[in-house]
Design a binder for this molecule. Structure first.
Ligand code: ZN
Length: 265
């Protein structure tokens, strides 16, 4: 942890762990999925080899976890937020810590997962959104853990929307370990971290759970499934706006009005 200090001087404040908080992880439109394989990952936490530099290239390819989704929607320039009739967010300025372990991954890829997640986190951190991600080796201070989710055909990963600590996981499925999945892993993780900041899919208006529109849309949004999906300037711009608004501010579009709800990571 000593090596973190030049980058991140703010320590997250641990909070109580509410029971049963891991029941609404549906970020990828998937069922509430338990991570059976990840239950044996207790052990040695792994830290990234590099402190800052991305180690995996983000290839400009479609993302596996939505292979069955219609990607032929019109040009869009918005971002979406909101879930469960609120706009969940980690309070501005907070540090969202996560932990991953060496064990429990196919092919002994624990170090790769650690490095790739940190590269994805660093990509967001570099944008000064208003919250930061930080790896930790201390489970007690982790807001979420990164674990293997086993087989989930058509999906690469699943995250969660902002909520109190307790059972929060990013599940990485077996599709992420195909050659294509490995090549796109950092990009996929950037997308999952977007969910953890409160961002909905770029096409959330087509999803079951209501979302509200904030700002401009962009079909190449990191929260979409487009070819060449990367963090867009519109993603940065409107996520910064989202994090600049006071807690409780209603975000209103043509059909919904959901207030911002700040959570402690
Ligand atoms: Zn997603």
């Amino acid at each position: 942890m000593e090596s973190n200090k030049p980058l991140f001087g703010i320590a997250a404040t641990p909070t109580d762990k509410p029971a049963g908080a891991a029941t609404d992880a549906a970020a990828e439109g998937a069922d509430n999925l338990k991570c059976a394989t990840g239950q044996d990952v207790a052990g040695v936490a792994v830290r990234p080899i590099e402190e800052t530099a991305p180690v995996c290239q983000c290839l400009t390819q479609p993302i596996e976890h939505t292979a069955t989704k219609d990607m032929g929607h019109e040009e869009r320039l918005h971002i979406f937020v909101g879930f469960n009739n609120e706009c969940p967010r980690y309070y501005p300025g907070s540090v969202i810590k996560y932990i991953s372990y060496f064990g429990g991954w196919p092919g002994g890829q624990g170090q790769l997962i650690s490095d790739t997640m940190w590269a994805a986190a660093s990509a967001w951190n570099a944008q000064n959104i208003g919250v930061r991600f930080q790896w930790t080796t201390n489970p007690a201070e982790a807001t979420f853990e990164v674990v293997y989710g086993g087989d989930k055909p058509g999906f690469a990963a699943m995250a969660f929307f902002p909520k109190p600590r307790g059972g929060n996981q990013v599940l990485v499925y077996s599709a992420s370990f195909t050659p294509a999945g490995l090549a796109r892993m950092q990009n996929s993780f950037q997308h999952e971290l977007g969910h953890i900041m409160g961002l909905r899919h770029e096409f959330a208006d087509t999803e079951t759970a209501p979302a509200v529109l904030l700002g401009a849309r962009n079909s190449l949004s990191i929260m979409g499934y487009a070819v060449a999906r990367t963090i867009q300037s519109t993603d940065v711009q409107w996520t910064r706006v989202f994090y600049s608004l006071p807690n409780g501010t209603p975000i209103i579009d043509a059909t919904h009005s959901f207030p911002i709800h700040d959570y402690t990571p």
